[in-house]
Design a protein around this ligand. Structure first.
Ligand code: ATP
Ligand code: MG
Length: 147
């Protein structure tokens, strides 16, 4: 399968609930590697740009309020079929519909407060990764001397 990268965000609800480590453990357990990561607090401008596709939807303003309500952990994940693999372990968007054992089944508390974000296509993964990380901040595992 193709080696891919995807962008993941651990959202403010999960950071506040001390779930960073548990979510990252689930990510690593499905074989994905975290190859870039930072904790940051999004500005309204950044959150608005990031979720621009949802502009005009009824939940847009509250989504921006939520995503700027506290720090997030933004990370690049890499591995076989990373976009689908991560969306699968993240679980369905709507509360109550995420498959048992997924990150959202374990940790979401509503449709809005759903613990994690994941890119939904190759095209968006590239846009979202570039939004947060210059290439030089991403770990190239193939160049590691630690093996
Ligand atoms: P994300 O983009 O955060 O990974 P997603 O791709 O599963 O989530 P989207 O349809 O892109 O879902 O919605 C973006 C986010 O907006 C959701 O994760 C959720 O936090 C919020 N959201 C989406 N639909 C609703 C809704 N009906 N009510 C409240 N919040 C919603
Ligand atoms: Mg989405």
């Amino acid at each position: 399968m193709a080696m891919e990268r995807t962008l993941s965000i651990i959202k403010p609800d999960a950071v506040h609930a001390n779930l960073i480590g548990k979510i990252q453990a689930q990510i690593e357990e499905v074989g994905l590697s975290i190859v870039a990561m930072k904790m940051t607090r999004l500005s309204r401008q950044q959150a608005g740009d990031f979720y621009a596709v949802h502009k005009g939807k009824p939940f847009y303003e509250s989504l921006i309020d939520f995503m700027t309500s506290g720090p997030v952990v933004v990370q690049v994940l890499e591995g076989d079929d990373a976009i689908k693999t991560y969306r699968k372990v993240m679980g369905a968007t709507m509360f109550g519909q995420a498959e048992p054992g997924t990150i959202r089944a374990n940790f979401a508390t509503s449709d809005a407060h759903n613990a994690a974000h994941g890119s939904d296509s190759e095209e968006n993964a590239l846009i979202e990764i570039n939004f947060f990380f210059p290439e030089k901040q991403i770990y190239h595992r193939s160049e590691s001397i630690a093996e």
